[in-house]
Each structure stands twice: as structure tokens, then as C-alpha cells.
Design a protein around this ligand. Sequence first.
Ligand code: GLN
Length: 190
Amino acid sequence: MPEPVIGCLALQGCVDRHRPHIEAAGASFKAVKTAKQFDEIDAFILPGGESTTMLKLIENFDLWDILSQQFAAKPVWGICAGSILLAEIVENPAQKSFGVLPVTAIRNGYGRQLESEIIAVDGYDVSFIRAPILTKPASRVEILHTRNGEPTWIRDGKNMASTFHPELTFDFPSPMHSMFVEIVKKTATA
Ligand code: GLN
């Protein structure tokens, strides 16, 4: 297949840092924020940022229904705030979510900004920034990494979530971007 196009929802949060990782992993990158642009991409990254703000912007721009349809059809990777938006249940406090991933997200589960830190995952440095804790994954969910016994990187078929940011590390591509591009390529040919 031609190089898949991975779109990153560019309403708020950490978007452009994904480009060099996606390109090094063998795909094209596009920042997207309109329904027309969504039709031009093969998969989504829901970036890290502030989930409450992203939620408000999604609703203000009337993108909820179109994004739900897109996530049903295409692979999606939620990062930190993005993983919160994808979870089935959100706590601390509760908020609306797309329910794409059968897992509960506890916002700011590791504490406040001072508890943010860089940790090596599979030998690759990633940043936990006011990250959520993912808990109670459905049994079908593949756990790719845990921290203190709770999943930080999961895969459910065509979808993926990580509570950490791999895109901030200048070593391209990250193993997480490589895996997501592989998932997208396999989904496209399935
Ligand atoms: N704490 C943020 C939230 O609840 C997520 C932080 C991040 O994406 N780095 O949305």
C-alpha cells in the first residue's frame, strides 16, 4: 500500500512533535481539525494536552459525532489526555468520553505536576506529564507496559493508548510510533 497518512487531532495539545516519529516510521503526518481533513487520513493520534479543554473544543466545533464515526472505522492512538478521551469510564473527576477503549482512566493519577517524570519504557525514554492511571482493562486488552502494576501502554485491536508522551524524545521513531504505524498498515490491508 502507499504510505498511510496518520492524522493528529490539532485542536489543543502536543501535535507537531509527532511528525518526525511518524515519518521515520514510514508514514505521512498531517495535523487535522476539520471533518474534510478527517476523510483524508487513515488513522488518528489523539494527542496529549488537557482533556477537558479538548472536550470543550470538540463540542464547540460540533465534531463529536463525526469523530465517533471516524474512531469506529479507523485506528486511533490516544496519548495521555487522548487516552482519557478514549476510555470507557473517566474518574477524578468524571467526564464525557468516546468509550473506544474498555478501560477506566483516573485523571492525574500519579499526582500533580511535581510528580511528572521521564521513565524508560522498553529502553526508550518517555515523559509522564500529569498522566492518568489506566485501570480495569477488559480481559481482551493487550498490556504492553505497566508501572506500579497499572497499564501505561495498551492495545485493543486497531486501537492503542499510552499514558505517557513518547513524542518528546529526539530519537526517531519511538517504538510506540513504530508499533502504531504497523497497526495502521495491517488494518489497511486486512
Ligand atoms: N492531566 C491531563 C488531563 O487530565 C493530561 C495531561 C497530558 O496529556 N499530558 O487531561
